[in-house]
Design a binder for this molecule. Structure first.
Ligand code: PFF
Length: 449
């Protein structure tokens, strides 16, 4: 008999698609993807990244959602019950723990950067009403980073928005938020791309994004592309497993997952096509923009272009919404677990948010009070990103692939994937059993060397 979720259910397939796309589409698409592509050989990076999404991301995403839907509980509880059911080592429950720890680490810095989007949105809103112009965006960015109190304030506000949704629960919080926010996000992005086209530099931007510079491709590009594929699809930390637990039993997982992956990739490419035409049109080189690309180069263009302030406001509102619908999926797995351990949802969400906020102090201070601290050639935020994004997500993904590919009983897989053709099933299982582990392990070893 099919289990029911304690935490509520998505009311329809569409609700799940919006929520999962909301989780996938985030800072990873709009903030990280454009500068990663720009710094790693343009089209060459995009190709490697697409291959990672297709051959690794999609199969693992299907596996996560399938496991979640079978267990209908938070990842830790689900994995514990599957290990009991199948009589395999309880050690596999560790996947759920890796997920919770990675989620807490990621949310700690994600919320700080989410706070930047609020701060910039606020700056453009103020400008619209006659506030001071951002004449020197580089200085605005640097002075924001130098001020811990300011960073903490915006970080707290962002975390407050996240906890506000998660505390309300699956139907009243998560689903209601994404139903409204995701269409608004797509529409805004579309308008921004259309505007980008009017600058007359769309072609150049597309060339920048899609023309491969093979000379830049080295092992590092593969590491970055694989890390980005995991990060952007919210994989390896059981967020999608948690969302899968609320998915109605009659929905086809592979078809639904394909839609989510296509939407996620489309948004990343569109973000590139919204950002680069403007940057190029105003004579700013997108090369080597790094993490500051959209916080320094883009505002430079906003100051001189017609309607730049409105564009700036729309852009940072878009970025905030994208980050918000992702951060709720970072908080949900741990919250659901604590609810299963007997806490109220509100209490659980607030407790986890406080923990993530406090951990966010490390990221905040990495720009100012502790900027001198460097480990493995990285500052504190870089270190958290390295551990969580580049190591824990791929390790989590690798274990999920092995667990679903080799450990899960055939009848569970077939029940969850009912309706998929035999060749599709065989291909999916081969990818999980062989190709994904090999590719991810190779990239991980590379990242660690
Ligand atoms: N997918 C999100 C992004 O691209 O910004 C980030 C993310 C959300 C990663 C949720 C992991 C996660 F569980």
């Amino acid at each position: 008999m099919e289990k029911t979720s304690l935490h509520g259910m998505w009311s329809s397939r569409m609700a799940f698609i919006l929520a999962a796309t909301g989780s996938a589409v985030g800072l990873g698409n709009i903030w990280r993807f454009p500068y990663l592509a720009s710094d790693n050989g343009g089209g060459a990076f995009v190709l490697v990244y697409l291959a990672c999404i297709f051959f690794v991301g999609l199969p693992v995403l299907i596996a996560e959602i399938l496991i979640g839907r079978h267990g209908r509980r938070s990842p830790i509880t689900t994995l514990a019950s599957i290990t009991r059911e199948t009589g395999v080592s309880k050690g596999w429950t560790g996947i759920g723990w890796i997920g919770i720890v990675a989620g807490v680490l990621i949310l700690s810095f994600y919320s700080v950067v989410g706070g930047w989007t609020l701060r910039y949105g606020w700056l453009y809103l103020a400008q619209l009403f006659g506030g001071a112009h951002i004449t020197d965006p580089g200085a605005v960015f640097t002075s924001m980073l130098a001020n811990p109190a300011e960073l903490l304030f915006w970080h707290a506000l962002f975390m407050g928005a996240t906890v506000g949704v998660v505390a309300l629960g699956v139907e009243k919080g998560l689903e209601r938020a994404v139903r409204f926010l995701m269409p608004a996000l797509f529409l805004t992005l579309l308008l921004l791309v259309l505007y980008g086209a009017t600058t007359g530099h769309l072609g150049q931007a597309a060339a920048w994004l899609f023309r491969p510079d093979w000379s830049k491709v080295d092992a590092g590009v593969f590491v970055a592309a694989m890390g980005q594929a995991f990060f952007t699809l919210s994989l390896g930390m059981c967020a999608m497993m948690t969302y899968g637990a609320y998915l109605p039993g009659n929905v086809s997982i592979p078809r639904t997952v394909a839609i989510v992956a296509v939407c996620d990739t489309t948004v990343a490419l569109m973000a590139g096509l919204a950002i680069f035409p403007i940057v190029i049109a105003f004579g700013i080189s997108p090369e080597g923009g790094g993490p500051g690309l959209i916080f320094t180069s883009l505002p430079l263009a906003f100051e001189v272009m017609t309607g730049g302030i409105v564009y700036g406001l729309a852009f940072f509102a878009l970025l905030f919404v994208a980050a918000w619908t992702s951060s709720i999926s970072l908080l949900e797995p741990a919250t659901a677990y604590l609810v299963e351990r007997g806490r109220s949802r509100k209490g659980a969400a607030i407790l986890m948010a406080l923990l993530c906020w406090a951990l966010g102090l490390l990221t905040v201070f990495s720009f100012n009070l502790l900027s001198h601290v460097r480990l493995l050639d990285r500052d504190l935020m870089g270190l958290i990103e390295l551990v969580a994004n580049d190591i824990m997500l791929p390790v989590g993904g690798l274990l999920i692939a092995l667990f679903a590919g080799w450990v899960l009983k055939d009848n569970i897989l077939r029940e969850q994937l009912a309706g998929i053709p035999a060749w599709g099933f065989a291909l999916w299982r081969w990818l999980l059993r062989v190709l994904c582990p090999l590719l991810v392990a190779a990239v991980l070893i590379n990242a660690l060397l």
